[in-house]
Design a protein around this ligand. Structure first.
Ligand SMILES: Nc1ncnc2c1ncn2[C@@H]1O[C@H](COP(=O)(O)OP(=O)(O)OP(=O)(O)O)[C@@H](O)[C@H]1O
Ligand SMILES: [Mg+2]
Length: 262
């Protein structure tokens, strides 16, 4: 179905006025909208607007592998990030290995949408855990079905850049803080599992950990392997700043600290 057909579909007429308005607001990308979002997602966005959680969707920040991220504004004029998991194109294979083995999530989903909604909920809960662990990350605000609303990292002009795209003035400080965040997560029994300069934002010279969907608890069978990979990615990246830290030493210290505390 072409996007125009999609938008002219009968169901559209069922949308309330505010939902119609949201369409007008998000339809800056009318061409692809119908292909990317299903009817339920659109209705959901309409509901978030009519419930007063968001007032408008400003513009797309990013189109990732699994989700589209938009900047939004609340009725109180606070900026938020809205992550919308694409129900049609998200790949199952990728997410299965993270959900399986996580006791927080049940099996036997009825359909693809269920799994994706579970995944969005997982990201919300993981962000909550990051906050409990005092890890700098977007604050989760609301998760409804495949839509996650969180605090926006950036200023009015533009979202914060990724760590990989900035030149650091104080690399050692940033490195130490990221390692501290890994430690704090580990203490709270959670591993990010996809940590890299692609999933860290730098805002006002401070790192923010993002993209928490795949984070797993320590009792996940691959948690140690994920932890090693996270540390490896960070240590490797900072080599270009002449920071030569030993991965094994970091891991040892991390595990020892946790043992001593428990
Ligand atoms: N809270 C936020 N505030 C500002 N920008 C954000 C926020 N969350 C995500 N972004 C931006 O959106 C991009 C994609 O977010 P995220 O990594 O969570 O999604 P993804 O689907 O995994 O995307 P990718 O496939 O690119 O990794 C980020 O690289 C970042 O630029
Ligand atoms: Mg990402």
């Amino acid at each position: 179905m072409s996007s125009d057909e999609f938008l002219n579909d009968k169901w559209l007429k069922k949308l309330d006025r505010q939902s119609q308005m949201i369409l007008d607001r998000v339809v800056f990308n009318r061409k692809t909208f119908g292909e990317v979002f299903d009817k339920q997602t659109l209705l959901l966005l309409g509901k978030l607007i009519s419930d007063g959680l968001i007032d408008q969707i400003d513009f797309p920040i990013s189109t990732g592998k699994e989700a589209n991220i938009f900047r939004g504004t609340t009725p109180e004029k606070t900026l938020v990030a809205i992550k919308i998991y694409r129900t049609a194109t998200m790949t199952f294979k990728h997410i299965a290995s993270y959900i399986e083995g996580d006791p927080r999530f049940s099996y036997g989903y009825k359909n693809r949408r269920d799994v994706i909604e579970e995944w969005a909920k997982k990201e919300y809960k993981n962000l909550e855990l990051f906050h409990d662990a005092k890890v700098r990350a977007p604050t989760p605000i609301k998760c409804v079905r495949n839509v996650l609303v969180m605090s926006y990292i950036g200023d009015a002009a533009k979202p914060a850049p990724l760590l990989k795209d900035v030149v650091l003035h104080n690399p050692q400080k940033i490195f130490d803080e990221i390692i501290l965040f890994i430690e704090r997560m580990y203490k709270k029994k959670i591993v990010h599992a996809d940590l890299s300069p692609f999933n860290i934002l730098l805002f006002r010279q401070k790192p923010y950990i993002i993209d928490a969907g795949q984070a797993v608890l320590l009792d996940h069978p691959s948690s140690q392997e994920f932890l090693k990979r996270d540390v490896h990615n960070i240590v490797s990246y900072f080599k270009k700043y002449n920071i030569k830290e030993n991965e094994r030493k970091i891991l040892k210290k991390l595990m020892k600290k946790k043992r001593d505390e428990s």
